[in-house]
Design a protein. Structure first.
Length: 672
């Protein structure tokens, strides 16, 4: 995690600004509108490589000088991106070997963006060069808020450069081919490697891939992209620029990076977050993205992109209402964001993302969308004091942790598991959603981290884990923690090798159960449990060893056998859920687990009134965010002042409305 809590002294407001697509008249209007909306931050240069370096080694930054001057003289700061996510056509013509290759061997050509092979020396060299050019020119500009290296690392290459770098990575990891062959279990299917050069990235092949090979390639890609990021970071630092550095992670669907180790290399952890539904679950999704990022950051973070007006669902661009845009923006901030930044400032007139939402829509400033942007700018100014974090950087005081591990995602996506109908992301989200619905403050936790602040630790579907992780969970329980492990966890080690002598091998002793048989259910099949809960997809034939049954299977082949078990260990406990509960049943189970661990929701009863209550810690006070996601007004009572309206102690909160209360003390109540 970054060394210091990120504290820009205000909330950053603005977004990606791509003026290279507009005329000078529009530039002047942009600045006027930014001032009207109290925009204070623009992210520039994200995809400007062709403008900046129109021919190899020939730079033209006069236009960027002008953009920066326009912003700076209007008092608007900027994140300066290195443009390396989109090499220009001249680059790929000169270096065709630096284009990425897909698993089927086809080379991706330019004509879009992100057409680079991360391990190609020509690409790495060109990326360092352009980063150095920008840093020498703007690295000490007073308006520079920070460096935004690249954009959303995640382009995977399977070509010859990747193959070479992958082999080098493997050689560093295993030392000898014997060790690699053992770890990859190559005795099966005649896969034994006799020379390093025989090893390829996981290309398209005849049937199932080797799972250990797949997971090692994911690890390699994350490390390789991190090395490319680090080179740019070092190139910038070598010029003497000391502005904070970040790269924007892409949520929620990308899984290319081990975000914990990447976060260690950032000064600011930042993400791009796009909702995947217009429905109420979008609110839970905002909380999920925010809690993850705050946890990676170990404190405040930056929302680098969201959409102002649209939600892309499948093949259509649905509408994000102005109301929702404001509520979501404050929800990110409630959970530690230091910003409300958007992609992009002005809707493009043409080009690949012409229908993407923007702060200034096609209709222009005379629009409800832009009015909402102006209103948000005003709100962010009113609540500015909240941006000042406490000295320890802990902006949310959470008593519950969910273990997050990118390797868990990678291992659960290897093919041909007992069922391939489960995904890590969905299981983690289901656990987080249940906690969100109960109104609990939740962190995500890195395996091996100090978990002593959490009275409840949830481990969803962590299929593969190391012995160290298993021991870490044991010591958490031994020191009085309450652990909940859900199905499909602890089955394999870091080489994807199943732990023998009964499931869930790694955690058998800790959970006090042994299962001989995992019995996935057919798609349309479901079982009932003895307390009325329902489950599908995954069941297990559990035998109790040192645990006792809390809930049993009521129907189906496992009827009468334990479904949920608990083992008490001193003051701590270890609970195992052997089936995939429906979301409603999981909600009930998680709420019971929180109560049993003695944890209170942030504001009792708020969730039942469809109000999301989040307490953000500040330098001088605590701030209670109340977000009314419901369709009815509610009344909140307590001691404090709403920084948005100035109302004190008794607040009427209309449907969709938000309050940010500087608390005099806790103890707020919500009534309908
Ligand atoms: C990403 C990119 C942006 C834009 C948006 C569209 O987050 O960083 O350039 O393409 O997606 O949602």
């Amino acid at each position: 995690m970054p060394n210091q809590p990120y504290s820009p002294g205000r909330f950053l407001f603005g977004g990606d600004y791509n003026p290279e697509q507009w005329s000078r008249e529009t530039w002047a209007e942009d600045i006027a509108l930014m001032r009207r909306a109290k925009v204070n931050t623009a992210t520039i240069g994200v995809f400007s490589w062709a403008e900046l370096e129109p021919r190899e080694g020939e730079y033209d930054a006069a236009w960027l000088d002008e953009v920066i001057e326009n912003l700076h003289s209007a008092g608007i700061g900027f994140f300066l991106a290195t443009p390396t996510a989109s090499p220009p056509p001249w680059f790929t013509v000169a270096h065709p070997d630096a284009l990425p290759v897909r698993p089927d061997g086809t080379r991706v050509l330019h004509g879009s963006r992100d057409t680079y092979a991360i391990s190609a020396p020509a690409y790495r060299e060109a990326a360092r060069r352009v980063a150095t050019f920008l840093a020498e020119r703007y690295g000490s500009h007073p308006g520079l808020r920070g460096w935004h290296i690249h954009n959303e690392y995640g382009t995977v290459d399977h070509g010859p450069h990747a193959a070479r770098a992958f082999r080098e990575w493997l050689e560093r990891k295993y030392g000898t081919l014997e060790r690699l062959n053992a770890a990859w279990y190559t005795a099966f299917w005649s896969q034994r490697y006799g020379a390093w050069d025989e090893i390829l990235p996981p290309m398209q092949t005849q049937y199932l891939h080797n799972p250990a090979h797949l997971v090692d390639f994911k690890r390699f890609c994350s490390d390789e992209m991190l090395a490319a990021f680090t080179e740019q970071k070092e190139a910038i630092r070598a010029t003497g620029s000391s502005a904070p550095i970040t790269t924007n992670f892409m949520l929620p669907t990308w899984n290319h990076l081990d975000q914990w180790s990447w976060s260690d290399a950032q000064d600011i952890v930042s993400i791009d977050h796009y909702l995947d539904t217009t429905g109420p679950d979008g609110e839970a999704h905002v909380a999920y993205g925010s809690d993850l990022t705050r946890s990676w950051a170990g404190g405040p973070w930056v929302l680098m992109e969201q959409s102002a007006t649209g939600i892309r669902v499948g093949d259509r661009q649905l509408t994000k209402s102005p109301d929702r845009m404001i509520r979501n923006s404050l929800a990110y901030i409630a959970r530690g964001s230091q910003s409300s930044l958007f992609f992009q400032w002005r809707a493009s007139a043409a080009g690949s993302e012409v229908w993407h939402g923007a702060m200034v829509p096609h209709a222009g400033a005379d629009s409800a969308a832009f009015e909402a942007v102006v209103r948000l700018g005003d709100i962010l100014e009113r609540i500015g004091e909240v941006a000042d974090p406490p000295a320890d950087g802990v902006v949310l005081d959470a008593g519950i942790g969910i273990v997050w591990d990118a390797e868990g995602w990678w291992s659960l996506e290897t093919p041909h598991l007992p069922t391939d109908a489960i995904t890590y992301r969905d299981e983690v989200r289901a656990a987080h959603r249940a906690l969100w619905r109960g109104g609990y403050a939740t962190d995500f936790v890195r395996p091996g981290a100090d978990a002593s602040r959490y009275r409840l630790l949830v481990v969803p579907a962590l299929y593969a884990m190391t012995r160290e992780t298993a021991r870490w969970l044991e010591s958490y329980v031994e020191s009085g923690g309450h652990l909940v492990v859900t199905f499909a966890s602890g089955l394999a080690d870091q080489d994807q090798r199943v732990v023998a002598d009964g499931y869930p091998g790694m955690l058998r002793g800790l959970l006090g159960v042994r299962s001989e048989q995992i019995s996935p259910l057919a798609e349309d099949d479901a079982v009932e449990l003895s307390n009325g809960w329902r489950a599908g997809t995954w069941t297990e034939q559990l035998r109790l060893e040192s645990a006792s049954a809390v809930v049993r299977y009521e129907t189906g082949a496992m009827a009468g056998l334990p479904a949920v078990t608990r083992r008490d260990l001193g003051r701590g406990s270890a609970t195992y859920v052997s089936a995939k509960l429906t979301q409603t049943s999981l909600d009930a189970f998680i709420a019971e687990s929180a109560v049993a661990a003695g944890i209170e929701p942030v504001v009792a009863g708020a969730a039942a009134s469809e109000v999301e209550a989040v307490r953000r810690r500040g330098a001088g006070a605590d701030y209670l965010f109340l977000l009314n996601h419901g369709t009815r007004p509610v009344r909140a009572q307590g001691a404090g002042v709403d920084l948005i309206t100035g109302a004190e102690d008794v607040l009427e909160l209309g449907a969709g409305a938000v309050a940010v209360i500087r608390e005099s003390r806790g103890g707020w109540t919500i009534s309908s």
